[in-house]
Write a protein that binds this ligand. Structure first.
Ligand code: PLP
Length: 440
């Protein structure tokens, strides 16, 4: 791998990291508007941007990101600026830098900058969205047994406040037989005249199943076409496990509201996340936490006036003082993906996952849970090891230097998540470790 190639991919960020006043320079640069076509990426150079311990194979991008070099550099420089002049740097730059973070996430998601709120995590986004929905007693939210704690508990808290009811259905009976028409059919036939919200998760963190959002939203558009605007069903999605590993935006997916953390597959700053919504989504939401940025909320308070009629990403961005060096470094993560190429990131993730799934599917004592079809999976690869609990298998793999995980679902599986941080050789190392624990 030549230095030229590495320089081409990351030259701007590396040069910026070396410069003493990146924050000011970065602050003076408008966000990049259109990523150019990228040549075939040098995956060794991409992997080299992560500073992970060489004695571990980290297949846990679904939990918490390791910051790649450009993100580390941006955070570092903003932190130094804040330490140097905490108040004046913040006062002079916060509005603009948060604007750049919203614009970068908006560009990535194919919406406008004002349609993105900056949050701390997927969990915060889901809670703000579900508690902020303008629902009335009698309205119904439809979700599924396969969604995560974060969605279900946010819905529980919300329903206690607004009196809406929650109904859960099963998207499938057997993950081995799951299909797109089955999932779309089950969801559409469960919608009743009272249903106002479909609360779903793009990529399930138990099984790694990617649900067919474009087909679901297309079918939902058919249902909504026969309804008055006030009775239409909103599609709200926890998108975190596709955000940063799939080449799709809000329009392709067709969802009205999308929540995600930036600190998983996007490899963005830890403690950052987004809510993105289209005009219909924002019209259905109210803020919960006062916004500190320029949203009209301060003047409404000072003049004892009403809040702006429609919420937007600025009004919905929770205020309070933050780890601003992290909030402002979001564009570095988006830029990192765009320089590599979004389609290439998605393909690389799928390629590594294909390799992992192929190895697991053939392994005695192992049951692959995640569908092998790329249309029904992303980066999460879930499996069971005969004779071991999921936690037991995770512990045994960690003893072999392979960092897998299991989440607190009623039915748990072992999860490995190949990502930009990994190489085909690491996938082989992970497979060898699984073979070893399955044999023991
Ligand atoms: C589907 C899903 N949503 C949300 C979360 C939590 O994300 P965050 O840490 O950004 O709140 C997780 C797991 O970490 C998850 O698996």
């Amino acid at each position: 791998m030549g230095m030229d190639r590495r320089g081409f991919l990351f030259g701007a960020s590396l040069a910026a990291a070396a410069a003493p006043a990146l924050a000011q320079e970065a602050a003076d640069q408008p966000p990049m508007t259109a990523p150019g076509p990228s040549p075939a990426p040098d995956w060794d150079a991409v992997k080299a941007q992560f500073q992970t311990a060489p004695d571990q194979v980290n297949m846990n991008a679904m939990l918490i990101a390791s910051h790649p070099k450009p993100v580390r550099a941006a955070i570092d420089q903003f932190r130094r600026e804040l330490d140097w002049r905490p108040v004046t740097f913040l006062e002079d730059n916060n509005r603009r830098l948060q604007g750049y973070s919203r614009a970068a996430a908006a560009r990535y998601l194919g919406v406008e900058a004002r349609q993105v709120a900056l949050t701390d995590s997927t969990t915060m986004g889901a809670a703000l969205v579900y508690s902020g929905l303008k629902l009335r007693p009698g309205d119904e939210i439809l979700t599924t047994h396969q969604d995560y704690y974060v969605t279900h508990e946010s819905l529980r808290h919300a329903a206690l406040r607004n009196g809406a009811s929650i109904r859960r259905i099963s998207l499938y009976d057997d993950i081995g037989q799951v299909s797109e028409p089955q999932m779309v059919g089950r969801l559409m036939s469960a919608i009743t005249p009272r249903t106002r919200v479909l609360a779903l998760t793009w990529v399930h963190s138990s099984t790694g199943l990617k649900i067919p959002l474009p087909a679901i939203s297309a079918a939902l558009a058919g249902v909504n076409a026969g309804r008055q605007e006030a009775d239409q069903v909103l599609l709200v999605v926890d998108g975190v496990h596709g955000f940063g590993n799939q080449d799709a935006d809000m329009k392709t997916l067709g969802c009205d509201v999308f929540v995600a953390g930036c600190h998983k597959w996007l490899f963005g700053p830890r403690g950052t996340g987004v809510i993105a919504a289209n005009a219909k989504g924002w019209a259905a939401l109210r803020p919960t936490i006062p916004s500190f940025v320029d949203s009209g909320a301060w003047s409404a308070w000072i003049n004892d006036g009403p809040l702006p009629e429609a919420a937007d990403g600025v009004l919905m961005s929770p205020g309070g003082f933050k780890a601003f060096e992290h909030v402002w470094a979001i564009p570095a993560a988006v830029d990192f993906h765009e320089k590599i190429g979004r389609a290439q990131v998605a393909d690389r993730t799928a390629l590594l996952a294909d390799q992992l799934k192929a190895g697991l599917a053939l392994m005695p004592g192992v049951r692959l849970v995640t569908p092998r079809d790329r249309r029904l999976s992303a980066g999460i690869t879930s499996f069971d090891v005969a004779g071991l609990s999921a936690d037991g298998a995770v512990r045994a793999l960690r003893q072999q230097g392979v960092v897998a995980s299991a989440a607190p679902y009623a039915v748990q599986h072992v999860r490995l998540t190949p990502s930009l941080m990994n190489s085909p050789a690491e996938v082989d190392r992970a497979l060898a470790a699984v073979r070893e624990i399955a044999r023991a």
